[in-house]
Design a protein around this ligand. Sequence first.
Ligand code: FAD
Length: 420
Amino acid sequence: MAEKATKTVVIGAGPVGALAALYAANRGHDVEVYELRGDLRDPSTTPLNFTKSINLALSERGINAMRKANHPKLLDAVLAETLPMYGRMIHGENHGELFETSQEYDVYGRSIRAVDRAGLNKRLLDDLERMPNVKFFFNHKLTGADFKKRKAWMEKRPKNQRTDHAQNPTQGASGHETEGRATEIEVSFDFMIGCDGAHSAVRYHLMKFARMSYQQEYIDTLWCEFQIGPSASGEFQLSPNHLHIWPGGDLMFIAIPSLDKSFTCTLFMPAEKFTSLDNNPANVLAFFNDSFPGVAGKLIPEPELQRQYSENPHLPLISIKCTPYHFGSSVIILGDAAHAMVPFYGQGMNAGLEDVRVLFEFLDREKDGVEGRAKALQAYTDQRTPDAAAINDLALRNYREMRSDVRSPLYRARKWLEER
Ligand code: FAD
């Protein structure tokens, strides 16, 4: 008699959940993907973010994880919708003159890539949809789990139910019911992969089974998104092959290019400075002129900048470390659910995609079944805990580098010495 396929339930259809489902489906598992929101490819679905989609830096860590998914067209399709960024462009003002300085990332000319998060996520879902052994359950929210009995409970929500994004759209908003009636369903599984973001429900329930150490920190910085549109002639207003930085000491403004020749920008600033500007909105333009010369009026029309500042949300940044990531052979958490990090190293999603590759390498080394999987999950936790903590710390460290060190003479002198 043929052996029964492993039933793998993936919670969260963000980039990490979608890739994890693809890896599991490739290995012949019966895969079910449960996602709190609607299908993001459906135009009626509330978008993950509030304005346009956020742009991320995709690096070799994430690219390699997609390469190893063994879907050759997937990586081609993703890369075709990216722009290479060969370095960072530092913007400033000297004696009233605007200047920009390019700092290349790599002596061999290699690049990181600007990618639209939603676009990347859609490509992964498209590939997943073509697999006969994958079922999607959108508008399903995990509300409970018993990892000894291998059962989970999902709230099936009416389509188009609004999701509360108040916490942070890219950090796994938990969502709540606002209208209509939700029903509960019970799901049994052999293996659960929790990829439900920073406010992970899987992690919350895992804590009741595993002796998990857990640490979370909100840094004293908020972020707000802006857009630099194309020029009047429809061209990029800045170099499309750089990540642009306006360092400001304890704050910074960055811009990442998009395929439509606009830039998605982010202002990172201490919470109390946001509060001070919120209380004095008339000061926003003067603040921009002072802190990020050349942005207000030149790259973003002044009324537009004022509007974006007041309408776009000011969101928190969380950093999470925990361990173990698994319980027995029944569950593992990956991506932001396991190690949400501040975005300054551009590695949150990349590290999450890498989690998937590393996990399946460990699973491939063991025999299928409960015993082999338990060994693989333990080996994964052992290896991944220090690695994830290191990336997490580097991300925090890189905030100082980006907002301040990139412009200091001391930094340049140190770099000059290092290169000799
Ligand atoms: P998420 O993207 O949070 O996806 C989780 C999914 O789970 C969501 O679809 C959610 O709806 C669903 N979900 C949540 N709860 C439940 C539930 N109870 N039941 C079912 N489903 C649920 N990373 C980079 O690599 N490079 C960058 O340049 C970069 N820049 C960033 C800039 C900013 C401003 C921010 C905030 C983050 C940035 N990141 C970057 C980090 C990146 O966005 C995250 O690391 C990445 O989105 C994590 O992916 P994920 O799939 O683990 O979680």
